[in-house]
Design a protein around this ligand. Structure first.
Ligand code: ADP
Length: 286
């Protein structure tokens, strides 16, 4: 980033290439005279001072992201709102509707309102994902507890989906709220992308320093062409199913950012016989 070679830097004062500007930010003074804005974290260690930094996204990248966000979000807001308006108008204008019709229309209104609130939750998370305060605390928490909480936020049709929980309650280390976001998103996708139903299996494997939690569904699967991109922001596979289900394409990018903030990884793979497996690997200790 500085444009200097290692030898040019050796023996120089750190402050000649990197200065702190406060509030977790700093500036790199590059060899060619450029001042590069960075996010900066410093720590004192027994061996000296350690500074970790990353470039702050450039304005044009932020501008592009903003445009993408506004485009996707306005589409995703309009669709459920249009349905809510249409069904409430029908209910208002037809007081004599049969009871079962009224119930059906109200269920649609509720479902679309849920879709809106999930989108808003995702948007709030995505703004936080970039900030330094992503993980508020890091404690030991049982996987089963996280899964129970995550499940409370997922709408499942028991006639279609049956959740198989891990046999043993393994311990995870992390921010329970954010881990809950991770598994809520993965479970929601497992249900959403298996419209014909099928079991959703949650498996946990422990090694000395890691826990691997797998969420496996028997759904539509992800094509080889889409697999490399599904964790990208706004990426959605181009299929009838994704068009029908709706979504912002933000969920998996949030999952990945949260898992990485914990020092872990997340991967997706296809399943013999159809379906998808998401494997979340987390360190056992912070
Ligand atoms: P969204 O669900 O809002 O589209 P995500 O970021 O959660 O966004 O997922 C990105 C894409 O990955 C989805 O549009 C879908 O094509 C694919 N996908 C995610 N989870 C699954 C799954 N369990 N089975 C099949 N496809 C999936």
């Amino acid at each position: 980033m500085t444009g200097h070679s290692r030898d040019e830097l050796r023996g120089r004062q750190a402050a000649s290439v990197l200065s702190e500007t406060g509030d977790g930010t700093g500036v790199i003074h590059a060899k060619n005279g450029d001042a590069i804005a960075v996010r900066l974290r410093c720590a004192d260690t027994p061996h000296g001072k350690v500074a970790a930094f990353a470039p702050v996204p450039r304005i044009d990248q932020i501008e592009q992201l903003k445009n993408e966000l506004v485009g996707t979000v306005s589409h995703e807001l309009k669709t459920p709102l249009a349905a809510i308006k249409a069904y409430t108008a029908t209910l208002r204008d037809n007081p004599a509707l049969y009871e079962d019709r009224r119930t059906e229309y109200l269920a649609i209104v509720e479902e679309q309102a849920d879709r809106l609130s999930r989108l808003i939750e995702d948007l709030l998370l995505v703004t936080r994902v970039e900030g330094p305060q992503l993980l508020r605390r890091r404690i030991a928490v049982g996987l089963n507890e996280v899964i129970e909480r995550a499940m409370a936020g997922v709408r499942l049709d028991p006639a279609l989906h049956h959740i198989e929980r891990p046999a043993r309650n393994v311990m995870l280390s992390g921010d329970p709220d954010r881990l809950c976001d991770v598994f809520r998103n993965l479970l929601e996708n497992a249900a959403k992308y298996s419209p014909d139903g099928g079991p959703i299996e949650i498996r946990a494997k422990e090694t000395a320093d890691r826990v691997v939690v797998e969420i496996a569904d028997r759904g539509a699967g992800i094509s080889k062409d889409d697999l490399p991109y599904i964790f990208d922001r706004f990426y959605r596979a181009d299929s009838d199913l994704t068009r029908k289900t709706g979504g912002s394409g933000l969920g998996l990018s949030i999952v990945q950012a949260l898992v990485r903030a914990h020092g872990g990884t997340v991967e997706a793979r296809g399943r013999a016989g159809g379906g998808t497996v998401f494997a979340v690997t987390l360190p056992v200790r912070a």
